[in-house]
Design a binder for this molecule. Structure first.
Ligand SMILES: [Zn+2]
Length: 209
């Protein structure tokens, strides 16, 4: 297989260094395999650094894409539609920036448009792009809400995320079944208890697993 001589997003990394090649990333994973006490040259592990590089490219493909662009492309004028639009319980997988452990959960996104609406799949794309980066759940929640607010300029945006953090499950305190719930309410969702309550009742009506 051809080795691509580029970093995961084909650009200089955020710390300003030169792009890291796939081969360099594979070497780093080989070092970690040795560090845990393994022989990276045994049959079962020979292809593992390459698989890890490809997995990481998938986990972190969100650095390549601009979520604002996704929303900008598709907005349309609507004749006076001003009811709540809700994307319910869309699944996501992300990774925490403290342990690079999976964060697995669901997102509810609601907004009340003011002239502009966007296809519901575009909201799911915004969730996808931000989740395919190293994250903390609080920031993921805020980024989704703020991006919709900035681009669509709706009357309000509401985002709720419920997620399990594998850094709590497979290490550290070793607790299963605990969800972290975060929310961000903007515009009418913050100002009106009725609007917020309507959205939260939709969130709470959904089974989350
Ligand atoms: Zn963590």
């Amino acid at each position: 297989m051809a080795r691509r001589l580029r970093s995961i997003n084909g650009q200089a990394n955020a710390s300003g260094g030169k792009p890291i090649s796939d081969a360099e990333a594979e070497d780093a994973f080989r070092t970690i395999l040795k560090w845990i006490g393994e022989d990276p040259n045994r049959d079962g592990l020979r292809e593992t650094p390459d698989r890890l590089v490809r997995s990481y490219r998938e986990y972190f493909c969100g650095y390549d894409e601009d979520p604002e662009q996704v929303l900008r492309k598709t907005f349309a004028e609507v004749d006076g539609y001003d009811e709540m639009i809700v994307l319910r319980g869309v699944t996501f997988e992300s990774h925490c920036e403290h342990h690079v452990a999976p964060i697995i959960g669901r997102v509810w996104v609601g907004y009340i448009p003011d002239k502009r609406v966007v296809g519901i799949s575009k909201l799911a794309r915004v969730v996808e792009i931000f989740s395919k980066r190293l994250q903390i759940q609080e920031r993921l929640t805020a980024q989704i809400a703020n991006t919709i607010e900035d681009v669509l300029k709706p009357q309000g945006v509401a985002v709720v995320i419920k997620a399990a953090h594998h850094c709590m499950i497979s290490r550290g305190v070793h607790k299963r079944g605990a969800d972290l719930v975060t929310s961000r309410m903007l515009g009418v969702f913050r100002d009106s208890a009725v609007t917020r309550g309507e959205f939260l009742s939709l969130v709470n009506a959904d089974r989350t697993e």
